[in-house]
Write a protein that binds this ligand. Structure first.
Ligand code: DQA
Length: 267
């Protein structure tokens, strides 16, 4: 595929959708100290995008408002620790999509919008990308996407299946529908039950890449799906999640090793 003709998305000077896929490292610390410690280690890795898994932060705070306050308080030290070059993706993965805690649609919208609009006048936003599960309440999803647009923050539209792999037509439809909803980077993460399911995911990824409508992410989870994480470039996925220390999903490989594999497998 000729790279020049693909649309891309740029966050903090990092262009997604052209050339070697980006490595995204999830930060899974339960409190500020382990969060910053993991961020520090991730800075020494080849990852240019770090994903803060908000649902894993402060599990002791059951109340959504108290949790939101703790997140907003931790944002500034985390941003400072990351420096100017690393992009920050914020993700609250609810239990319905494999995350660690439930959250109502309303509270999810309030949390994400507080993170999006939290920038002080004249400063660059602390957050560069926001993840939203597109199956959530329509008006909440639309409102988060609109707020992100207004603040120049890229939207990752998310779909997870921890039980299986939908058929190829459905995967393609999901990715296209996320883009049509306003996601800059549609994303699907599904679970293979056979090697053929991995092929299904890769084939759907390639089909959507050939649309040339912008970057997307397609992941087959678990050890069976690991090929999809390192063969991202050949099959058109713009980024791949990899771990530094503790990971956030089955099948994630170490960031250093993934960087080496991405280089070895460059088409
Ligand atoms: O959506 C994704 C992808 C992921 O589930 C994975 O399989 O690597 C890991 C999550 O942290 C992230 O939000």
């Amino acid at each position: 595929m000729s790279d020049e003709r693909r649309r891309t998305a740029t966050v903090r000077g990092i262009e997604l959708g052209r050339g070697r896929p980006e490595i995204i490292v999830p930060l899974v610390g339960e409190d500020l100290e382990p969060l910053l410690a993991q961020a520090e280690s991730a800075l020494a890795s080849p990852a240019r995008i770090l994903e803060w898994r908000l649902d894993l932060f402060r599990p002791d705070l059951e109340d959504a408002g108290a949790h939101r306050e703790a997140v907003l308080e931790a944002l500034s030290p985390l941003r400072t620790a990351l420096g100017a070059d690393r992009a920050l993706l914020v993700t609250f993965r609810t239990t319905a999509e494999g995350g660690s805690r439930p959250l109502s649609d309303r509270d999810l919208g309030a949390l994400l919008e507080a993170l999006i609009t939290g920038r002080r006048a004249g400063t660059q936003s602390a957050v560069d990308l926001v993840d939203i599960e597109t199956a959530r309440d329509r008006s909440v999803v639309d409102s988060v996407i609109a707020a992100a647009r207004r603040h120049g923050i890229a939207v990752v539209g998310s779909f997870h299946d921890f039980d299986g792999t939908p058929d190829e037509a459905r995967l393609v439809e999901l990715l296209r529908a996320q883009r049509a909803r306003g996601a800059d980077i549609p994303k699907i993460a599904v679970t293979p039950r056979s090697a053929r399911d991995v092929l299904t995911l890769l084939s759907a990824s390639l089909t959507v890449a050939e649309d040339r409508t912008g970057p997307h992410l397609a992941i087959s989870m678990g050890s069976l799906g690991a090929t999809s994480r390192v063969a991202a470039e050949a099959f058109g996925s713009a980024a791949t999640f990899a771990s530094v220390g503790e990971g956030s999903a089955p099948g994630q490989l170490a960031a250093d090793e993934v960087a080496r594999m991405l280089e070895l497998l460059r088409p």
